[in-house]
Write a protein that binds this ligand. Structure first.
Ligand code: ZN
Length: 203
């Protein structure tokens, strides 16, 4: 199973990081070992002083008659060591150290069947940090929609049943500190409630 992630898929977020809007999807991977166990906590790594939260719609891929499609949806976190990512980007190096580290991904436990939503329905989601809304968005704001993303990814790598597609984050990303609490909502329903632990509190 692989985690396929899309960068810069919401215009306002691309702008807040000083990136231009992409002409085609930005694709990167995280390994399965990046996943935080259900219920958390999020443990911040020692090598970064600037780990950002990115809440994203996450789609579980299924394959029917050889064709990959988005079967079920939930929300997750693409945690990013922004200081390290900026360094790597400046040097033209790959992002894995900043994006694929242990504990850099969270996927909520409860998924909903995509086909249970009417066509064109915008999936609204939001992230609260310490009780305040930090990020909010909906699927209609994506620059590239999910079928376009799947078709694009499959030009380069095969998607398999159980793969997870992270579809990019809306504006409002920010740094995490030990003691923070993150609550993720999809369509008004609380799907995760996670505590953040700083490196100093880890043994
Ligand atoms: Zn992301």
């Amino acid at each position: 199973m692989k985690l396929v992630c899309i960068g810069r898929n919401y215009g306002e977020h691309a702008k807040e990081l000083g990136n231009t809007l992409p002409e085609e999807p930005v694709v990167f991977l995280k390994p399965e070992s990046a996943l935080i166990p259900h219920g958390g906590p999020i443990r911040l790594p020692r090598f970064s002083q600037d780990v950002h939260h990115e809440i994203e719609l996450v789609f579980s891929i299924a394959v029917r008659q050889g064709k990959a499609y988005a079967d079920r949806v939930t929300i997750g976190l693409d945690l990013t060591a922004r200081d390290l990512q900026q360094e790597l980007k400046a040097k033209g190096l790959p992002w894995e150290k900043a994006k694929a580290f242990d504990g850099s991904a969270y996927v909520a436990e409860d998924f909903t069947a995509v086909e249970s939503f009417p066509a064109g329905h915008h999936l609204e989601f939001l992230l609260k940090k310490n009780g305040q809304v930090a990020q909010s968005g909906h699927s209609g704001q994506m620059i590239f929609d999910v079928p376009t993303l799947i078709a694009h990814v499959e030009r380069y790598m095969r998607l398999e049943s159980g793969d997870l597609l992270f579809t990019g984050t809306p504006a409002g990303v920010g740094a995490l500190r030990g003691g923070d609490r993150l609550e993720g909502y999809l369509l008004g329903e609380l799907l995760f409630d996670l505590q953040v632990e700083g490196p100093e509190s880890q043994r």
